[in-house]
Design a binder for this molecule. Structure first.
Ligand SMILES: *Cc1c(COP(=O)(O)O)cnc(C)c1O
Length: 361
């Protein structure tokens, strides 16, 4: 018998998260379109707030995140007492899983869902259950059919990563009702700000006590490197999550930058408008080349090639032009490449390289 000390059940079932590549061997400069980052950086005001926070690095941070929660509440029209902040939305998703699922429980994710969800389920000893999608869209009936008396959490991202597709509000409401009293519905709104006029699921939280919305500063706010996210839920749920949150989980620098980013609604608006414009241009250009892609609601496009071989060759052609995109084999798309929408120059470079690859330009 091994004398190794064994970890908790589930831990060794975790397949390590693979992040988007950031370097190409032999190339000093790369165009990184592999992690859905904001091509325009972040708000200048966020950077200034971060630098100001460097004056007091000896001080412990505020533990209740009050100023940041109030800023989020003001900008989104939400009750700050029903907001919790974390080290990226990843940490908020972790609080939810840790608080509501354990050994013997089931956590539902979907066929092309975000790869962090099964990792979180395994980490608490729960069993991730993967439900099929229909044409790369989440299927509410299939999810409801998979619910058992062991189901505790259903995770979905809306818009979804890596498909960029969305579920309609009435379908989310139907799912929330079907899960009421049985399981939490986690509505991950990491890309919500890219959808004009979308509340990211906040009204679903107000209408259904079992819905939790998570949001992030990593995407439209361009602060992926700083690690800040937040969640919005009914007060009893927030009270539960706060019990397992470490009191000093966020530094003053994180909170100050996030607060300034949240209040710089003009920066976010410009990013949203530019993203919509160049995303639609990019998709049209791909479709014209015969590369399949669904309309995307996020800041990336899932390009689907004829097969895995063509996707691999296209990935190599892009790399040879200094462009990094994301292979999504692990998400059930061996034939796919997920391409983050950059600015005009970035999108034109992608289309130029793929045009040469396809021999159409
Ligand atoms: C990028 C992303 C997040 C954000 O994670 P952070 O921890 O906030 O950086 C959450 N969910 C999905 C589906 C994402 O793609």
């Amino acid at each position: 018998m091994s004398d190794q000390i064994q970890p908790q059940p589930g831990i060794m079932d975790i397949a390590l998260y693979v992040s988007g590549e950031s370097t190409i061997e032999g190339r000093a400069e790369v165009l990184k379109l592999s992690s859905n980052e904001n091509h325009y950086g972040c708000s200048d005001k966020a950077r200034e707030a971060f630098l100001r926070a460097a004056q007091a690095l000896n001080r412990y941070p505020n533990t209740d995140h009050g100023p940041l929660r109030r800023a989020i509440g003001e900008v989104h029209g939400l009750d700050p007492d029903r907001i919790i902040c974390g080290v990226g939305s990843d940490e908020v998703l972790q609080f939810i899983t840790q608080a509501y699922a354990g050994p013997g429980d089931e956590v539902i994710t979907t066929e092309h869902g975000f790869s962090l969800y099964p990792i979180l389920a395994h980490a608490v000893g729960a069993t991730p259950i993967t439900v099929a999608e229909v044409d790369r869209c989440i299927d509410v009936d299939a999810i409801l059919a998979a619910v058992t008396d062991k189901t505790r959490i259903v995770f979905l991202a809306n818009p979804a990563n890596p498909t960029g597709t969305m579920v309609a509000a009435d379908e989310i409401a139907r799912l929330a009702k079907g899960l009421a009293g049985r399981a939490l519905l986690v509505h991950d709104g990491a890309y919500a700000e890219f959808v004009e006029g979308f509340d990211g699921g906040a009204s679903q939280v107000d209408d259904h006590a079992n819905v939790v919305m998570t949001r992030t500063f990593s995407k439209i706010h361009g602060l992926g490197g700083l690690r800040i996210g937040w969640g919005y839920a009914a007060r009893p749920v927030i009270d539960v999550l706060n019990r397992i949150r470490q009191p000093f989980n966020l530094s003053e620098a994180q909170m100050a930058a996030a607060e300034a980013a949240m209040r710089d609604t003009e920066f976010a608006r410009r990013c949203r408008e530019d993203n919509i414009r160049w995303r639609d241009w990019l998709r049209n250009a791909l479709v014209q080349m015969g590369i399949a892609c669904d309309p995307s609601h996020a800041n990336f496009i899932l390009a689907r090639f004829a097969d895995a071989d063509e996707a691999e060759a296209a990935d190599k052609a892009l790399k040879d032009s200094g462009i990094l995109v994301r292979r999504v084999t692990g998400y059930g798309f061996p034939e796919g490449l997920r391409i983050t929408v950059g600015d005009e120059a970035a999108c034109r470079r992608v289309i130029h390289a793929l045009g040469q690859f396809k021999g159409v330009r």
